[in-house]
Design a protein around this ligand. Structure first.
Ligand code: ADP
Ligand code: MG
Length: 546
């Protein structure tokens, strides 16, 4: 018998799961079933592509059984299994960055922390929310020896040789006194239906009926949801599926189900989470799209399945045309996949457009979460520029909240205005109070408030929108706008001597001092030379190593 210590972080996590969290406990079953399903996926692809596994006896299934009197609950699968090394590696440490993030976000407030568990899904360890002792009996496919891992979640676990018929894993939970409710036919049925109905493998429940006869029944639908026709599916089917693959407790903001037939045959199912994933702006974010080929799971950590700026999406892509044994390295270059990706992106952006038009409130929520990534798209996805230009939103001096460029143009009320004006290079409050805006306000000309760092990168890329050039008001060149020559000449003459005096005093600290014609109430303002990048932009470029 070999004793092992959990990694420090695991201990922290276990302490919280065991002692502090009492709501939301039922998700432990979703996590165990999802692990079983992953293990079946892993073995399935091997039996299809690897000669060493082709002869293997493989009947993929998940079994749940319980013993009310002994307070036991068991989840078994016929998947890939784990040997002793795997057990140490996978059930003794925390490999997932998501779980680390979870730990760092804990607030001590039980309700909030429970919600976090829903959002992050802490995986296998969630078993300790309901069990004071967990046994894992596993045999790796292709190996002879089976192993048993046992722990009470208090610092240590043991690994031992064991016996098991076929390959796969059984997780045996010794339920806590206050968690015996989970050793119940109806409770298990209910939880499986809620969280795991669309797991692609059959889940069987063993139980005794009223007369004491042993029964076994499949309790999930085990269908690849995305292959079914849209007319058969209800909103709640999509929601349940989403919760299942994302671990999110909230309903998605909206979703899109694509079934393409003809030259390219594929299905995509895309979900927009109501709240942006916590790792959206970190470089090692976890991608949210799973790739299937003919309903066989291939990979879920390929960052290229969709363009990076759509990294907040969750869902699946299933191709009928890719070969099953497509290697991960080859995926990137695969023409078929590139076509699917392109078509899927286009359809998704069109769906966003539809939401913007038909469900403006929902779109506002979408923008609050994802305006930035969409702007990144303008920067990186030239092929869809036209769609993206209409999807991004900006703050403005005239409209509350956000406005589109199209709305701005609609609001233009004088024929002389030939440009879309914007101010950039600071945060919102600073920009809104900038003295240069005075003249525009007086003339009733709307100015976009571009307080996002990325705005300055994308403005030059937009260039023109419907014949209206985008023009910054805080550059020296913008002086020329809106002022008729006579007025300007007069004002400039008046201010000239003063400006020269000031310039003499400031010397090299400024590039120039000119008499402004745009100010109404303020005595002076600082503007940028037309060709000088703004201060914020200079910082951004520096940060990017330019
Ligand atoms: P995740 O599933 O996100 O990787 P978990 O904490 O749920 O995180 O599981 C940790 C790891 O333990 C899995 O990645 C897998 O390698 C292993 N594991 C868990 N359950 C099983 C199982 N039933 N069969 C095979 N491996 C498993
Ligand atoms: Mg898991």
């Amino acid at each position: 018998m070999a004793k092992h210590h959990f990694q420090t972080e695991v201990n922290r996590l276990l302490d919280i799961l065991i002692y502090s969290l009492y709501s939301h406990r039922e998700i432990f079953l979703r996590e165990l079933v999802s692990n079983a399903s992953d293990a079946l996926d892993k073995l399935k692809i091997l039996t299809l592509t690897d000669d060493a596994y082709k002869g293997l006896d493989f009947a993929p299934r998940i079994d749940i059984s319980f013993d009310k009197d002994k307070a036991l609950l068991t989840v078994s699968d016929t998947g890939i299994g784990m040997n002793d090394e795997d057990l140490v590696e996978h059930l003794g440490t925390i490999a997932k960055s998501g779980t680390r993030e979870f730990l760092s976000r804990l607030s001590g407030d039980e309700k909030k922390d429970s919600e976090l568990i829903g959002q992050f899904g802490v995986g296998f360890y969630s078993a300790f929310m309901v069990a004071d002792r967990v046994e894992v009996i596993s045999k790796k496919a292709g190996e002879e020896q089976a192993w048993r891992w046992v722990s009470d979640g208090k610092g240590e676990y043991e690994i031992d040789k064991a016996k098991r018929e076929g390959h796969g894993t059984s997780i045996v939970l010794h339920l806590k006194e206050d968690a015996k409710e989970f050793a119940s036919e109806w409770r298990i049925r209910e939880i499986v239906k809620r969280y795991s109905n669309h797991i692609a493998f059959p889940i069987y429940l063993s139980y005794e009926d009223d007369k004491g006869n042993k029964k076994e029944e499949q309790v999930n639908s085990a269908q690849a949801l995305w292959r079914r026709s849209k007319s058969e599916l209800e909103h709640k089917d999509y929601v349940e599926f989403y919760k299942n693959i994302s671990g999110d407790d909230e309903e998605p903001l909206f979703y899109l189900h694509i079934k393409a037939e003809g030259t390219m045959e594929y299905s995509s199912l895309l979900f927009v989470p109501r709240r942006a994933p916590f790792d959206m702006f970190s470089a090692d974010y976890r991608p949210g799209i799973r790739l299937y080929v003919k309903r066989v799971f291939i990979t879920e950590d390929d960052k290229e399945l969709l363009p990076q700026y759509l990294r907040f999406l969750r869902g699946i892509i299933d191709s009928e045309d890719l070969p099953l044994n497509v290697s991960r390295e080859m995926l990137q270059e695969h023409r078929i996949l590139a076509n699917i990706r392109n078509a899927t992106v286009k359809r998704f952006l069109q769906e966003c457009q539809r939401v913007a038009k038909e469900e403006p409130e929902k779109y506002l929520e979408f923008i609050r979460q994802y305006n930035k990534p969409l702007k990144e798209g303008l920067y990186s996805d030239f092929a869809h520029k036209d769609l993206l230009v209409d999807l991004v939103r900006f703050k403005s001096t005239s409209a509350a909240g956000y406005t589109s460029l199209a709305e701005y143009v609609e609001r233009i009320n004088n024929k002389e205005q030939k440009a879309i004006y914007y101010i950039s290079g600071g945060d919102e409050a600073v920009l809104r109070n900038a003295p240069v805006l005075e003249a525009y306000k007086k003339k009733n000309v709307e100015v976009l408030i571009m307080d996002d760092e990325i705005d300055e990168l994308i403005v030059p890329l937009i260039g023109k929108y419907k014949d209206y050039e985008l023009k910054a008001v805080n550059t020296s060149k913008a002086e020329d706008e809106f002022i008729n020559d006579e007025e300007k000449k007069k004002k400039a003459e008046e201010g000239k001597t003063v400006a020269e005096k000031i310039k003499k005093i400031l010397g090299d600290e400024v590039k120039d001092v000119i008499a402004s014609v745009r100010l109404e109430d303020s005595p002076a303002c600082i503007v940028l030379d037309e060709f000088t990048p703004s201060l914020k932009m200079q910082e951004l470029l520096k940060a990017m190593g330019q």
